[in-house]
Design a protein around this ligand. Structure first.
Ligand SMILES: [Zn+2]
Length: 214
């Protein structure tokens, strides 16, 4: 059983690395963001609470995150282990988490703020089908138009300089104590997230002692 936590700022490719790890080693990818998106799409009560926070450019409240993760962990559909993405977000949640689970490793993807800004502020999303674009890495063929459905591409409401700066400040102030706690008790692997994703993945596998073979 392999149990990992993946951490990193927005735009660090955390979700991508978590998915790659999950696919390769049959782990369950527990993404707090995905769980919340499901609630928003299905218009649940939790979804409405999430929407309010996100539209205001804020992070979803800690207690909401905590209850959603506890529910998910109690589900126990992970036979080979899991990668938790988007949790814990503060020292209290980390303490609670470590009491319940023996974590095998914490992956911390590091990315300089200028690079985070460059990546996040160049994101676009199709207003019709929801496909993601990035004006640097994944450009649409026709400017401002979705390749798949020809819908208009728009920036997310919360992808602007001010909202991003607030989210980053919030992220660092809360996650720094989490990392310190993990560093005392667990194995933290710091990885340079500016590298290409295959290279990052290889570093993660080597650092965790996992065989990186197809
Ligand atoms: Zn589209």
């Amino acid at each position: 059983m392999r149990k990992y936590v993946i951490m990193g700022v927005q735009g660090s490719g955390k979700g991508t690395q978590a998915k790659m790890l999950a696919d390769r080693f049959d782990l369950v990818h527990m993404s707090v963001g995905d769980i919340f998106r499901w609630h928003v799409q299905n218009h649940t009560k939790i979804g409405a609470q999430v929407r309010r926070r996100v539209d205001a450019g804020e992070l979803v409240g800690d207690d909401l995150v905590e209850s959603v993760v506890q529910d998910r962990l109690r589900g126990h559909d992970w036979n080979y282990g899991f990668v938790v993405d988007g949790f814990p977000r503060n020292a209290r949640q980390a303490e609670f988490f470590l009491e319940g689970f023996d974590i095998d490793g914490v992956i911390n993807l590091e990315l300089a703020t200028e690079e985070v800004e460059r990546r996040v502020l160049s994101r676009r999303i199709c207003s019709q089908c929801g496909l993601d674009y990035n004006l640097f890495a994944h450009r649409p063929e026709v400017e401002d138009t979705c390749d798949v459905c020809q819908g208009a591409l728009v920036a997310r409401a919360d992808d602007n300089t001010e909202a991003l700066a607030r989210r980053l400040a919030d992220y660092y102030s809360k996650t720094q104590p989490v990392l310190e706690l993990f560093e005392r008790k667990e194995f933290v692997l710091n990885v340079d997230a500016a590298k290409p994703r295959e290279e990052i993945f290889a570093t993660v596998c080597a650092g965790l002692g996992l065989p990186n073979t197809q």
